[in-house]
Design a protein around this ligand. Sequence first.
Ligand code: OFO
Length: 172
Amino acid sequence: MIKESLVKALSDQVNAEYYSAYLYLAMSAYADRAGFKGIANWLFVQAQEETAHGTHLYQHILGRSGTPVFGDIKTPQTSFGSIKEVFEKVLSHERMVTERIHKIATLAQQEQDHATYGFIAWYVNEQVEEEAAAEELVAKVSLIADNPGLLYNLDAALAARTYTDPFAGNAG
Ligand code: OFO
């Protein structure tokens, strides 16, 4: 049986992951409407991953005989000034998510909930990858932002991203 403190923290993170999905959908819509279909694709796949992250947390709560707590998902930012701004926002958002995940890991330790601590370790590692990917994109866009031709090259590269279930094979 999972403690209520962790049910609350994990439920809040379900909400945060679904908010992340919503934010990335809003960014994807902006990129699509601006003509960057590849960047829109990358952000859409990102949104799909966030939904999977949220659902996996929800399943962990239920699997430990907890009752998930539901709340409003806040409205994301929907207008952006540039593709560069979008990726800077992705990076700052992922850094914020990393802080949230680390707080859950710390709480799991304090509560001596070893199952949740082991479970959340997947998210700790995932955030390292999320931040690295976002940092790389910010660096690239910062270099080429004033060159529309190069931005379209990046757009073409990001069109290749496809969604795969991050928990296929029971990871996490
Ligand atoms: Fe769920 O990893 Fe991004 O936010």
